[in-house]
Design a protein around this ligand. Structure first.
Ligand code: SAM
Length: 267
């Protein structure tokens, strides 16, 4: 009973730390409210006055993003989960993943080196449109976690189920709402939030480019695991629903289009 209660507390603490890191991410990427953001260091100084400072900033930022990518992707793989199950109860596996991901993110926010060289600057209606798309991206990402199962994704459900003494059910496959339009709405939301900004700087561009590359690679691994888990069901879903760009903007695969009718074909 005590160990189940401790696991539940651990899951709640991990979830609270995730919430802090997510809220900080909103301020960090958008340069709102937080003391240190993607374009502004705490003392508001420009860190990249010389070419050496610039190289250091690029290397440090790439290392921080690589650390997140490695931790986030390695710990998500079934082989890692099987290995960690030898010493980590199933009920706190997901919370541990959430906790470490959040801590690495907070480290990134803390150690990030701003590179404020302007790349583009929009004003007027275009600027407002970009701000709108930026917030729509965060909204899509957050809402989509609830469409598949927010509390399962962040480890709370597993801890609650174990606390009640029930068996933790396996992952279920869901395709509600936005999952009918694209296969990865959470990632689509992040991409919109990262790219849509009225003031793009070199540091922000590095962040958006590196994270886009990471998302495109990570999704290959995620889909490989989903195919291994759900087989034909996921294969068919993959065939039916585009990855990130809604069908409105893309062509259907050739074999899904109606063949042209021949002149004498019956109607
Ligand atoms: C951070 S979420 C991202 C989900 C998805 N890639 C997206 O961008 O919306 C990753 C977890 O979601 C799970 N997942 C992805 N698609 C799913 C679906 N359609 N139904 C249930 N779980 C899904 C993956 O197995 C993985 O554990």
């Amino acid at each position: 009973m005590i160990s189940r209660l401790l696991i539940l507390l651990y899951a709640i603490v991990s979830y609270v730390i995730f919430t802090v890191s997510f809220l900080y991410a909103l301020g960090f990427v958008g340069n709102y409210v937080v003391p240190k953001s993607i374009d502004m260091s705490i003392d508001k100084s420009i860190d990249v006055g010389s070419p050496t400072d610039l190289s250091v900033a690029v290397v440090v930022n790439l290392l921080l993003m690589s650390l997140f990518a490695i931790q986030h992707s390695v710990m998500a793989r079934p082989a890692f989960k099987r290995w960690s199950a030898k010493f980590l109860p199933l009920a706190c596996q997901r919370s541990t993943y959430v906790l470490l991901s959040s801590l690495v993110l907070l480290l990134l926010f803390w150690q990030w080196r701003p590179i404020p060289t302007p790349i583009w600057q929009a004003s007027g209606t275009v600027a407002w449109l970009l701000i709108g798309v930026h917030w729509l991206g965060w909204l899509i990402a957050f809402a989509s976690t609830h469409m598949i199962d927010h509390f399962d994704l962040f480890g709370l459900r597993q801890a609650f189920v174990a606390f009640r003494g029930s068996e933790i059910p396996g992952q279920s496959f869901r395709t509600p709402l936005l999952y009918k339009i694209v296969r990865h709405p959470i990632m689509l939301g992040f991409l919109l939030a990262f790219w849509a900004t009225p003031e793009m700087t070199a540091g922000h561009l590095l962040f958006a480019l590196a994270n886009t590359a990471y998302i495109l690679i990570a999704l290959q691994f995620e889909e490989r695991d989903l195919i291994a888990e759900f087989g034909m069901t996921y294969q068919q879903y993959r065939h039916r629903v585009p990855m990130l760009v809604p069908r409105l903007f893309t062509r259907r695969p050739a074999d899904e289009r109606q063949p042209p009718r021949s002149a004498g074909a019956p109607r």
